[in-house]
Structures are given as structure tokens and as C-alpha cells.
Ligand binder design. Structure first.
Ligand code: DAH
Length: 343
């Protein structure tokens, strides 16, 4: 090769150096960069073998220097690209292998809360917020707790208002004092007074039973919540104030309550209470009154030292009204299409 080849080789070195950098630029990922690097090293090395063909020493040195620079640029560029690519590959691998530990609740798989349970839970929440504790009693009750202790002895006419379901007596004790399905939650008042000393601020929710034929507004099994307060110096004003506080907390600030004189054997005086929203009609909710001295005594409380008030109302009707259910029987047929409407 002669002098003409020198200028030619110089151009080829410049072109090969530029092509080598372009090849690396086009390579995505460490593997592609490494194989592009190998290919470009070989093509630059191929040019090196032609240096010996340049006759002019200065020109040979100059081409050697240019070729050395092109190789060095290629190696530097490859190092930088490999570092960047391996860092982003590591980050991608970490992201791909990461485990999502977020707990995803899928309500559909866990069923729904029945609207009566929803109402019951909210009622309990509100009363707990007002400072009450929650108590429960048995669904199978004695005649004593369900009637007698509540001032309804065997001869009392009020008993006939409760269409009671009695259980078959299994021994002499039960023949003398019948066992029945409780007709209301009021007997839990007696059990609470028998088990804890005043001050008592308790609510008692639960299932109750009456011998009723089911229709659009009645079921033989339904739910009530009972309230009992026994303390020193409790007055009728405390009762009215509690009913009003409950009304606002449960139904909303624009609701109000009223008491109407009534009669229950276990309270004296007795009242029924109604609630009303602004511009709404009065809705009857339940019964209440000052706990009768005989009832306090039956619970082991001295009526000379303590006074109290009680209240009780049905929960099913509240749920029915709230969700505009036309027929209360729909609430108990366990039709999933009905139940799933109320999540
Ligand atoms: N137990 C009554 C019923 O089932 C409701 C009731 C009225 C409960 C007055 C009370 C009360 O505690 O004071 O009809």
C-alpha cells in the first residue's frame, strides 16, 4: 500500500469509530451492548492490522494514534452504557419480583350484613356513645323474669296482650313456673339488676317471640332493644332527655321526640315515645317510663335508695321503614337478591 492508502485509512478509522458509537447507541440492554461492543472491537482491530502497510512513519503513527483514540472512546462509551443499562435492569427486576402485600377485601365473597343487624349495630353504637353498656339475656325465659318480676302476675290482664309461646315443661319446677320464649327484652332488665348493683346504664338488644301469624307488618320472631337506667335521683326529666339525645344522635339533629302518656305494668308513670323529622309525621317508636318500685324490688334494688327509667322498642320496623321494604316477610326469606341490595 502507498501514500494514497494513508488518507483512505484515516477516513476509514473515523468512519469505523463513528459507526462503533452508533452501534452501541442502538443497543438496548446489557446483552445487546456487550455483543455490539465485541463486533465493533473486531472491526477496529481489523483496521489496526492495516497500519503496517503505511510507508510513512509519521503517517503510520498518526493513524495509530487515531485508531487508539477510537478504541478508547468505544470502551468508555460501552462502560457508561453498560453501567446505566445494568442499573435499570436491576430496578426492573426488583419491581417485577416485588410482592404486593396489600389486603384486598372482596365484599361479595364475605356476604352482607342483614339490615336488621345493621340497625341493631347502629343503635348499640349510639347508646354506647351515650355511655350505656350492652347486656344480653336468654331467649328461653322463665315466667318469673318475663312476666311476674315485671309486675304481671298470673292473673294480670296485660299478659293476654302477649301471645306467648310456652315450652313443654320437663320437670316439676317447670310445671310450677313455666318456661317460655321471651315475648320482649324487658326480662333482661331483671337479670341485669340481679347481677350488678346500681348505677346501671345498660341497653339490651335481642330476639323476641310472639304467637303471631306472619303478614306484611308482623313476624312471630322479631327484635327489640331495651334500655335501663338505675341510679340515685333519676327523674322523668332524665328519661325525656335521654330519649331526645338518642333521637338526635340516631336519626339526625333535625329530628325531635315526644312522650305521650300510656300504660305498662312495669313502669309508673309510663309513656310512649314518637320521633319526627322537620316537617315529617310523628312515628311511634316504643314504650318507656319510670321503673315501677315493685320491679326494682324484684331485681334486688331498694326503691327507697334508687330510682330508674326504662324504654324498649322494635328494631325490625325501623329497618323496614329506613329501606322502604314493602313487606316485612321479605326480610326473612333469605333471598340473596333481596339481601345483596344492602351492603
Ligand atoms: N316491653 C314492651 C313491649 O314489648 C316495651 C316497653 C315498654 C319496654 C315500656 C320498656 C318500657 O322498657 O319501659 O311492648
Amino acid at each position: 500500500m502507498g501514500g494514497a492508502g494513508d488518507g483512505h485509512l484515516r477516513d476509514e478509522i473515523a468512519a469505523a469509530g463513528a459507526a462503533a458509537l452508533a452501534a452501541l447507541e442502538g443497543a438496548g440492554g446489557t446483552d445487546a451492548i456487550r455483543s455490539a461492543l465485541a463486533v465493533q472491537r473486531r472491526s477496529l482491530a481489523a483496521l489496526k492490522s492495516r497500519l503496517g502497510g503505511i510507508a510513512d512513519v509519521e503517517q503510520r503513527k498518526e493513524c495509530g494514534r487515531l485508531l487508539g483514540e477510537a478504541v478508547a472512546r468505544l470502551e468508555r462509551d460501552a462502560d457508561a452504557r453498560l453501567a446505566a443499562a445494568s442499573e435499570s435492569e436491576r430496578a426492573a427486576a426488583v419491581a417485577a419480583e416485588a410482592m404486593d402485600l396489600t389486603e384486598h377485601l372482596q365484599p361479595a365473597l364475605f356476604g352482607t350484613t342483614h339490615i336488621v343487624t345493621q340497625a341493631l349495630d347502629r343503635l348499640v353504637d349510639v347508646f354506647v356513645g351515650l355511655g350505656f353498656v350492652v347486656a344480653e339475656g336468654p331467649e328461653i325465659e322463665t315466667d318469673f323474669h318475663n312476666f311476674e318480676a315485671l309486675n304481671m302476675p298470673a292473673s294480670h290482664p296485660a299478659r293476654s296482650e302477649f301471645d306467648t309461646l310456652f315450652l313443654e315443661p320437663v320437670n316439676d319446677l317447670q310445671r310450677r313456673s313455666p318456661v317460655l320464649l321471651r315475648t320482649h327484652t324487658s326480662p333482661v332488665q331483671i337479670r341485669v339488676m340481679q347481677s350488678v348493683a346500681p348505677p346501671i346504664y345498660a341497653v339490651m338488644p335481642g330476639r323476641v317471640f310472639r304467637r303471631d301469624t306472619p303478614d306484611a307488618t308482623h313476624m312471630p320472631v322479631f327484635h327489640q332493644i331495651e334500655g335501663l337506667v338505675v341510679d340515685r335521683g333519676i327523674t322523668f326529666a332524665d328519661l325525656a332527655g335521654t330519649i331526645e339525645a338518642f333521637t338526635k344522635a340516631f336519626f339526625g339533629e333535625d329530628f325531635t321526640s315526644r312522650l305521650r302518656p300510656s300504660y305498662f305494668p312495669f313502669t309508673e308513670p309510663s309513656a310512649e315515645f314518637d320521633v319526627r323529622g322537620r316537617d315529617g309525621a310523628w312515628i311511634e317508636l316504643g314504650g318507656c317510663g319510670m321503673v315501677h318500685p315493685d320491679v326494682l324490688r324484684a331485681g334486688g334494688v331498694d326503691p327507697e335508695e334508687f330510682t330508674g327509667f326504662a324504654f324498649g322498642f322494635g328494631i325490625d320496623r325501623m329497618a323496614k321503614e329506613r329501606h322502604a321494604v314493602a313487606d316485612i316477610r321479605e326480610m326473612y326469606t333469605n333471598d340473596l337478591r333481596f339481601l345483596r341490595q344492602f351492603r
